[in-house]
Design a protein around this ligand. Structure first.
Ligand code: GAR
Length: 205
C-alpha cells in the first residue's frame, strides 16, 4: 500500500484554505498525504468547525493565554502525539520562533497572498497585503506557497500563480479573487508536492 505523509494544518481564522485542502484530499488529489490534525491558534477559528465537518480532529492552543515557548511546546506535543511528518500553514497568523521552524525545515510550507518578494515580510498578512498592492497600483498580484525558514516569508518558493487586479477592486474583492484563482488551487498542489517528496525520502531511508 502507498505510504502517506501525515499532515497537520495550522489555522487561525476562517479556514477557506483548509476547506480547499480537505476537498482536494476527498477528491483524491493528495494521494501521498493524509491530513490527520488541524491546530488552531484561536479557539474561535471557524476552521475548527470545518475540520469537524470533515471528520478531522482539531485542537485549539490559544496563543493569547501563554508565552511563546509554552505555546510551541504545546504544539509540539500535539504534533508528536499524531506522528506528524509535515505542517501546512493555511492562514496561520501566529509567529513561529526560529527554534520551532528549525525542527521542521523542509517539512513546513506556508501560503501567502501575494507574489513574493512583493508585499511580504513582517506585519504583512491577510487584507493588509491586498491593501498594500492596491495602494502601490500594481496590475498583477497573486499567491505564493513557500517552504518556511527563519525569515518571515523567506523560504524557497514552491509554487506561484498570478492574478489580475481590476480597476474597481477593493481589498476584499481582490482577496476573494486571489483566493479563488490562486490560493485554493496552489495550496493542495504544493501539499501533494511536498508529501510525495517526504514519502520518497521515507522509502529510501
Ligand atoms: C489567506 O488569504 C492566506 O493567504 C492569508 O490569510 C488568509 C487566511 O484565510 N495568510 C497570510 O496572510 C500569511 N502571511 P483562510 O483562513 O480563509 O484560509
Amino acid at each position: 500500500m502507498l505510504s502517506k505523509a501525515r499532515i497537520a494544518v495550522f489555522v487561525s481564522g476562517g479556514g477557506t484554505n483548509l476547506e480547499a485542502l480537505l476537498r482536494a484530499q476527498e477528491a483524491g488529489k493528495i494521494p501521498h498525504g493524509e491530513i490527520v490534525l488541524v491546530c488552531a491558534s484561536n479557539p474561535c477559528a471557524y476552521a475548527l468547525t470545518r475540520a469537524a465537518n470533515h471528520g478531522i480532529p482539531g485542537v485549539a492552543i490559544s496563543k493569547k493565554e501563554m508565552p511563546q515557548a509554552a505555546f510551541e511546546t504545546a504544539l509540539s506535543e500535539k504534533l508528536n502525539e499524531s506522528r506528524i511528518d509535515m505542517i501546512v500553514l493555511a492562514g496561520f497568523l501566529s509567529v513561529l520562533s526560529a527554534d520551532f521552524v528549525k525542527q521542521w525545515l523542509g517539512r513546513i510550507i506556508n501560503i501567502h497572498p501575494s507574489l513574493i518578494p512583493s508585499f511580504c515580510g513582517k506585519g504583512m498578512y491577510g487584507l493588509k497585503v491586498h491593501e498594500a498592492a492596491l495602494e502601490r497600483g500594481v496590475k498583477l498580484t497573486g499567491a505564493t506557497v513557500h517552504l518556511v525558514n527563519e525569515i518571515p516569508d523567506g523560504g524557497r518558493i514552491l509554487l506561484q500563480k498570478a492574478v489580475q487586479i481590476l480597476p474597481d477592486d477593493t481589498p476584499e474583492v481582490l482577496q476573494k479573487r486571489v483566493m479563488e484563482q490562486a490560493e485554493w488551487i496552489l495550496l493542495p498542489q504544493a501539499t501533494e508536492l511536498l508529501a510525495s517528496q517526504i514519502v520518497l525520502e521515507k522509502e529510501h531511508a
